[in-house]
Design a protein around this ligand. Structure first.
Ligand code: HSE
Length: 406
């Protein structure tokens, strides 16, 4: 019998207990023995809950119990999750986490600690909820030089944008629905401001580069400035608006060292783009390899059982590799970042009708878009650098602007 512990009995932690209970026979076959949750760590008690008698309040009970081999960290946040994870790894207990904040902040350090103690720090559930993406990057894509990642990495905002686009639901209402469905972060600012997607693309870019991409170096813009008018223009252009997370190999510096660039921002996508049909809580991720070309991963990016299933997939892997550290592409060295202002795109912007002549002078070549919004019009620019667009943006009062992905 494999005995495990779950840290944090919230949405995902209770999901881990449920996945292990509901699929116990399948999991036992795949591990070679039954898996049992021996402890649940939480500050609260859960009277009447089937796990009531397994609840403990002291991490020491878990990390000092020689029977416990694997710990699921589903607490979220940096502390005390960081301290508890270190304590577990120091005792040679593998840690399987859904905590993208901790992975983005301290991933390489915890991976090194796991290797030193012949165990594993696993984070499949930290990106894309139930979508297998960490394991494919670490194993199936290992022969490739990964060059670019583009994805929809936040279920809450994708759910919100889909509802706003298809049903015209108001921002506040649709955010509340996403919270009720268990998709949103405790503080939804992390979702709507793009910080959650920023952490996830930092993790994926770190795997792509094999070095640490800090999430502070990811240029991040959320969805809070989008309005109903933006969706009218997108509809007119036969495009959708998605919060995209992107990272790519940008080139090399003067010493030949590779440089990377990463960003999160709302983008207009043509209806023919595969990501434009990724709706509701679903996430999708493209990874481009130099020889393989593009691969795409798709599934539920948030929610209790999909995310918990990803945590349990790591538990099974750890159980199958007792005493052995599985390879991870992400090493504890910092990557060199390029300046995102040098990246090139097309842009959509909206201005008041009285500024139309000025915009035409400023940009030269523009394609006008009329979506029947009183007193204003929209334009699509040609390809230009972020820097050029930002300089022109200072010269004319824009009502809004969105990047356009081909
Ligand atoms: N709040 C996150 C999302 C949860 O909506 O994608 C999964 O990481």
């Amino acid at each position: 019998m494999k005995k495990i512990a779950v840290l944090g009995y919230g949405n995902i932690g209770s999901g881990v207990v449920e996945v292990i209970r509901r699929n116990q026979d399948i999991i036992a076959k795949r591990v070679g023995e039954a898996v049992e949750v021996k402890y649940v760590l939480d500050l609260r008690d859960f009277p009447g809950d089937p796990m009531e008698h397994k609840v403990v309040h002291d991490i020491g009970t878990i990390v000092n119990d020689p029977e416990i081999e694997i710990i699921c960290e589903t607490m979220g946040g940096n502390e005390p999750a960081f301290t508890f994870s270190k304590k577990a790894l120091e005792q040679g207990k593998s840690v399987c986490t859904s905590n993208k904040e901790l992975v983005a902040n301290h991933g390489p350090e915890l991976l090194e600690l796991a290797a030193k103690n012949h165990c594993n720090y696993m984070f499949e559930a930290s990106v894309g909820g139930g979508i297998p993406i960490i394991r494919p990057m670490n194993t199936a894509l290992a022969p490739e030089k990964m060059e670019a990642i583009t994805g929809i990495l936040n279920g809450t905002t994708n759910y919100m944008l889909t509802e706003m686009e298809q049903k015209g639901t108001a921002y506040e209402d649709v955010l509340r629905q996403a919270q009720e469905l268990g998709y949103a972060e405790r503080n939804p600012e992390a979702d709507v401001e793009g910080y959650d997607a920023g952490r996830k693309i930092a993790i994926l870019c770190s795997l792509m580069a094999g070095k640490n991409v800090k999430y502070e170096d990811v240029y991040t813009e959320g969805i809070t400035k989008l309005t109903a008018a933006d969706f009218k223009y997108a509809n007119k252009l036969n495009m959708s608006i998605k919060l995209l997370a992107m990272g790519k190999l940008a080139g090399a510096d003067e010493n030949g060292e590779e440089t990377y660039v990463a960003m999160v921002a709302p983008c207009m996508l043509a209806a023919s783009h595969p990501l434009s049909t990724v709706n509701e809580v679903f996430n999708a991720i493209f990874v481009k390899g130099n020889l393989l070309g593009e691969t795409m991963y798709y599934g539920k990016g948030a929610g209790k059982l999909p995310t918990a299933s990803a945590v349990v997939s790591d538990v099974i892997d750890c159980a199958r590799h007792k005493g052995e550290t599985m390879p991870c592409l992400w090493k504890n060295e910092n990557v060199k970042m390029a300046d995102m202002m040098d990246t090139r795109k097309r842009f959509f912007f909206r201005i008041k009708l009285e500024d139309a002549a000025k915009a035409a002078d400023l940009f030269g070549s523009l394609a006008r878009v009329d979506a029947g919004v009183t007193g204003e019009c929209g334009y699509l620019t040609e390809m230009m650098t972020e820097r050029t667009f930002a300089e022109k943006q200072k010269e004319v009062a824009m009502l809004g602007r969105i990047r356009v992905e081909a």
